[in-house]
Write a new protein. Structure first.
Length: 498
């Protein structure tokens, strides 16, 4: 019988009077894979930081291995075998694989000088623990996201890890990489290591976890074995509402109708080539492919962020000037980028400023000065239209959850009244409720006559929301599939073949 490794009892934590956690209990047993789930703002990150010793709870008790810690420090947590792998992995891109894995281990053992032979030996030992092969001399900055994550796991294992907390570990991984990560997780479990898998991705939670704990608004709302949960029960306790998943019903396109977007044999040397497809008003099409397939580069090119070197792009029969974002916007193309934090938002600025950033010219009065009344009305209208959860449009956009930030990016580009909306990985890092709302809104826009493109490697996302999907590999479209004739497994196999 498994013994408890860590027990948290009655944990509460507040910030400026706001309850981040309220009387939360959590027990993790040795060799257990437990999922901690909850929407953004539910308290998951705060609880992780309590477990790591970064936050001291306002009240409650932490017991590790039978010992009570009135105040757990980060160093005590590490000494007790607790390791946290955050979403950014906290690796050093300019250092080698070996240095990232083993330098902190040597520092922990108070070595005054680096023993390079021992460092490489320790790093290789960590790689061997999870049966992977990486070039010890390779700079970590040159590795894929999946391999950087493996480096972070190996670094943790050198610290005699007993509990490994993985915070949204699959956010930037392809399906193949997720499968490889899950193999690593199961191997760690066989060695008696406990895993706390923090995620809101349903399919992955059901695949990897044995036990489930769900937080909502800082409170534990339910926990139990995964076998006691189905999709609807999971979603209900996560969101507090019932969300029905329905498949997109595409419009009937008259054979003679002119496409709203026509892509004619476009290419950019070294990125992609000979890409052709048509998008009609009211359609939602998907573009998918593994990391490096060229799907994101294609999206950027359609919006003018990359200059095509061959072929042409037409909107409503008119040619778009290559490499001109201004011309793309003028012709009615809008683009929600893959990384909202670095490409989609001005984080320190207000929600309001972010919403009108692409249409600032419309916010000026006759004197060329910002019309505050107009700004206020436009901001309030979009907050209401997209259900952006905020007490005020004047708050900085960085104060919002991931899902609400994504809604602000949507509002910014929908303000331009586009004919074509390109959504690049629109629900990455977004909780289940916001994900469903974004999908529903994309369908609503299509129903009103907009052409929508969803670029994603989230298979359920493209199957449920698109009428057809273009599959990319190494810069080429290698297949076009009708989603009514496919399921998750069929598309996964197509991607694997691609």
């Amino acid at each position: 019988m498994r013994e408890p490794f860590i027990q948290l009892t009655g944990i509460s934590k507040s910030f400026a009077g706001v309850h981040a956690l309220q009387d939360v209990d959590l027990t993790i047993y040795g060799g257990e894979i437990r999922c901690l789930a909850g929407e953004n703002g539910g308290g998951k990150s705060t609880l992780i930081k309590v477990i790591s010793g970064f936050y001291t709870p306002d009240k409650g008790q932490i017991e590790i291995g039978g010992r009570v810690f009135p105040k757990l420090t980060p160093q005590q947590a590490i000494n007790e075998g607790i390791q946290i792998i955050y979403q950014d992995f906290s690796v050093f891109p300019n250092l080698t694989v070996a240095e990232n894995i083993a330098l902190s281990y040597q520092r922990l053992h108070q070595k005054k000088m680096v023993d390079w032979h021992a460092l490489k030996k320790d790093a290789q030992r960590a790689l061997d623990l999870i049966h992977i092969d990486l070039d010890l001399q390779a700079p970590v900055g040159a590795l894929s996201v999946a391999d950087r994550q493996l480096v972070a796991i190996c670094r943790a294992l050198l610290q005699d890890t007993k509990l490994l907390v993985m915070d949204e570990p699959t956010t930037a991984l392809t399906r193949k990489e997720v499968d490889a990560l899950f193999n690593v997780v199961r191997n760690l479990q066989k060695k008696g290591i406990s895993i706390l898998f923090v995620s809101h991705k349903l399919e992955e939670v059901f695949e990897i976890a044995e036990e489930l704990t769900i937080l909502r608004n800082g409170k534990k709302v339910i926990e139990g074995p995964m076998k006691d949960f189905d999709r609807q029960k999971f979603i209900f306790y996560m969101t507090g509402r019932t969300i029905e998943t329905t498949k997109f019903v595409p419009p009937v396109i008259p054979p003679s109708s002119e496409p709203v977007l026509k892509v004619d044999h476009i290419g950019i040397k070294g990125l992609f080539k000979d890409i052709s497809f048509e998008l009609h008003a009211g359609e939602v099409i998907g573009i998918t492919g593994l990391l490096g397939s060229g799907r994101s580069e294609l999206a950027r090119a359609l919006f003018g962020l990359e200059a095509i070197t061959s072929g042409k792009v037409y909107v409503g029969g008119e040619t778009i000037k290559p490499g001109s974002v201004r011309d793309a916007i003028a012709h009615g193309i809008a683009y929600v980028p893959e990384d909202r934090l670095t490409e989609g938002l001005f984080l320190p600025h207000s929600i309001s400023r972010n919403i009108y950033a692409a249409t600032i010219g419309k916010m000026l009065d006759r004197r060329g000065i910002i019309d505050n009344d107009k700004v206020r009305k436009v901001t309030d209208d979009w907050i209401r239209e997209l259900s952006i959860v905020t007490p005020s449009g004047q708050l900085p956009v960085q104060s919002l959850s991931g899902g609400n930030q994504q809604r602000v990016v949507l509002a910014k580009w929908l303000s331009t009244n586009p004919k074509v909306l390109i959504l690049n990985s629109p629900t990455v890092g977004v909780d289940i409720g916001s994900k469903a709302d974004i999908h529903a809104y994309a369908r609503k826009l299509a129903g009103e006559g907009m052409g929508v493109i969803i670029i994603s490697d989230d298979i359920p996302e493209v199957l449920d929301n698109c009428s057809r999907v273009l599959i990319m590999k190494k810069g080429l479209i290698v297949g076009t599939m009708d989603t009514s004739e496919m399921d998750n497994q069929a598309l996964s196999m197509k991607l694997s073949e691609a």
